[in-house]
Design a protein around this ligand. Structure first.
Ligand code: UN1
Length: 494
């Protein structure tokens, strides 16, 4: 009998009001049930938000360095439990152990960074136009934060949201993706162990319509921080706009690597393979287009093909595995549909394009790493986010054309260029319309001390991680202290 996991509300592990549960399956072996989780509803959301709201009064007055000490302990606990957290994550999410360790490490980095932020949370002091007057701005909490997180980074992405939210004095309710609730339960347990007071962090599991939407709409939620699909993001933005709330959305990508004719081709091929097939292509930063100078197209395509065909698919717990399964059957069907579309559009399938049915892959949602050549930049496979192990090769005449192709996208998250020419590198930095640009490195691998996010349809203008995250998680309070002892009027001449 699979273990039953509960919601975490007001410092207690509690069953959902309706008492129903859903199964969490291992995508590498769909017969394996990893646990039963609460199928929650609006009633559970109500309880969680009420607890978060009540906890606000004390938490916002707890000195930020003290809040930081708790986050520091969370970081230490994450380090201590890294291996078991990574193993659970591989079981429920599918990506290989090396990557789930990296995912936990991203949470560790974020927690240490956020703990330090408790002694900064810097505002401004600037001179006043009047004598005997002092001006400053300080960061205040926003209130109750709702975090809605995806399944592809079950530790890193919750940490991007919870750490800045809590260090700034907000309280939070988090809803994890239904494919990866176990990783979040594991993290919440560590927050509890680290001494976080009851109500400051609450977790409610369940579906988007029955938990995510009531959470986003709840009048006592002041800010919604969402990472996930563009469709859900659009839905959330409408609900938030109606309630006049703050919201930050981090959604899709159609990230590209440009390979110039002067590039180190081996390095570029390695970067493209890592970017396209790492996490089985299920990163918003994944590389799904590689734009290659015609002069090196043939050579580079051969390199990619050889490397793609040598990738081993299988259970992410097996150290020999390079590529794990897709998260679930419906994602696998979606990837399959896109491969059909690619064929119909006239792209040339070089390898893959089908389910992986080898013995070690027969019980999971495995898909073969796929390469398409002769891809036109306007084809759907070059425009739409597939979120799977599918890489499109597009030819280009030179840098200018390559930049045009990269920018001809409704998304703008990450981009990369491989070149030895510093002029080309800086031209690319200036011209690529994406939130992140890598030089001689893949499109993935952002570090937490810098802003993360994208332009255009990738988001709504906010950034996560780094000091930039505080812009959404805090409210500015501007303070004027007049110690002149008389009424002084700004802007008014006597
Ligand atoms: C995501 O794909 O949603 O930059 C996040 C990276 C990781 C985070 C990816 N550090 O690829």
């Amino acid at each position: 009998m699979a273990k039953v996991y509960k919601n975490y509300i007001d410092g207690k592990w509690v069953a959902s009001a309706g008492g129903e549960t859903f199964d969490n399956l291992n995508p590498a072996n769909c017969k394996q049930v990893l646990g039963r989780f609460q199928k929650s509803s609006g009633e559970d959301v109500e309880r969680a938000v009420t607890a978060a709201f009540a906890a606000q009064a004390r938490w916002r007055k707890t000195p930020a360095p003290k809040r930081g000490e708790i986050l520091y302990r969370v970081a230490e606990l994450l380090v201590k439990n890294k291996e078991s957290l990574a193993r659970d994550m591989t079981r429920e999410m599918g990506k290989v152990l090396k990557e789930t360790r990296g995912d936990v490490q991203e949470g560790v980095d974020m927690a240490y960074y956020g703990a330090g932020e408790g002694r900064r949370l810097a505002g401004e002091t600037v001179p006043s136009e009047l004598p005997g007057k002092f001006c400053m701005s300080v960061r205040m909490p926003v209130g109750v934060v709702a975090a809605i997180t995806p399944w592809n980074f079950p530790n890193a992405i919750p940490s991007w949201k919870l750490v800045p939210a809590l260090i700034a004095g907000n309280t939070a309710v988090i809803k994890p993706a239904s494919d990866t609730p176990l990783s979040l339960v594991n993290i919440v347990q560590l927050f509890e162990k680290a001494g976080l007071p009851p109500g400051v962090l609450n977790m409610v599991t369940g579906s988007g319509p029955s938990v995510g939407i009531p959470l986003a709409e709840h009048p006592r939620v002041n800010l919604v921080s969402f990472t996930g699909s563009t469709d859900t993001g659009a839905e959330i933005s409408q609900r938030c706009a109606k309630g006049m709330k703050r919201y930050s959305l981090e959604m899709g990508g159609k990230n590209a690597i440009i390979v110039m004719d002067d590039a180190n081709l081996d390095l570029a091929a390695e970067g493209a393979i890592w970017g396209a097939f790492g996490t089985t292509g299920q990163r918003c930063t994944a590389c799904s287009r590689v734009i290659v100078a015609k002069k090196v197209l043939k050579k580079f395509t051969d390199l990619l093909l050889r490397r793609t065909q040598s990738l081993r698919c299988g259970d992410g717990l097996d150290p020999k595995t390079d590529v794990g399964p897709l998260i679930n059957e419906s994602q696998r069907q979606k990837v399959q549909r896109y491969c059909e579309i690619g064929r119909q559009e006239g792209a040339r399938l070089l390898t893959g394009g089908a389910y992986h049915t080898a013995r070690e892959c027969k019980d999971g949602s495995f898909f073969q790493p796929t390469l398409f050549a002769d891809v036109d930049p306007r084809m759907r496979i070059a425009q739409e986010e597939i979120f799977g192990p599918v890489l499109s090769i597009i030819a280009c005449g030179g840098l200018e054309e390559a930049v045009e192709i990269v920018n001809d996208s409704k998304f703008g998250l990450s981009s990369a260029i491989y070149t030895q020419d510093v002029n080309r590198a800086f031209t690319a930095i200036e011209s690529l319309d994406t939130g992140i640009t890598y030089i001689n490195s893949s499109t993935i691998g952002a570090e937490i001390q810098l802003p993360f996010g994208g332009t255009k349809g990738t988001g709504n203008g906010h950034r996560e991680a780094g000091a930039a995250a505080l812009e959404i998680f805090t409210e500015w309070k501007t303070v004027y202290v007049d110690y002149s002892g008389k009424l002084q009027k700004a802007q008014i001449e006597d």
